[in-house]
Design a protein around this ligand. Structure first.
Ligand SMILES: [Fe+2]
Length: 141
């Protein structure tokens, strides 16, 4: 796993070749980039919180949609994906909870920069890519 230190952006290498999911992934990456930029510029905690909430909303919507694609296509890796999504949602909720109770602490900043971005990158480039390959084979069949 390569260390990204928050330097994460969308690029075509993350395409799974399912347009709806690619568009959503792009939105996640772009929102994450906004979030990092806001942190770097030292914007007000309320702005950071809004962006974090927006990312949370997009992530939840995206997981639901992605799992729908997987379920409807009979993807054998669905359970593994759902577990990964649940794990990430838990981490995300912990970060939100901590933010709400303690504010924008250095610990939160670190978690956003490391855990959120890292997970996003690794998940899309590994597990989601696997689904993209599966999906392309069933479409032709
Ligand atoms: Fe996924």
């Amino acid at each position: 796993m390569k260390q990204t230190h928050g330097k994460i952006g969308w690029s075509n290498q993350y395409k799974v070749n399912i347009p709806t999911l690619d568009a959503q992934h792009k939105q996640l990456f772009n929102t994450y980039t906004d979030l990092n930029q806001a942190l770097k510029e030292g914007l007000r905690p309320s702005v950071i919180k809004d962006t974090l909430d927006r990312l949370h909303l997009y992530v939840s919507r995206h997981f639901t949609m992605e799992e729908k694609y997987m379920r409807e296509s009979g993807y054998p890796g669905l359970d593994q994906q759902m577990e990964a999504h649940t794990y990430f949602s838990t981490v995300f909720n912990e970060i939100l909870g901590e933010f709400n109770s303690e504010g924008l602490t250095p610990g939160i900043v670190k978690k956003i920069q490391n855990e959120l971005g890292q997970w996003l990158t690794d998940h899309v480039s590994e597990l989601d890519m696997e689904f993209g390959r599966f999906y392309s084979t069933i479409k032709k069949g």
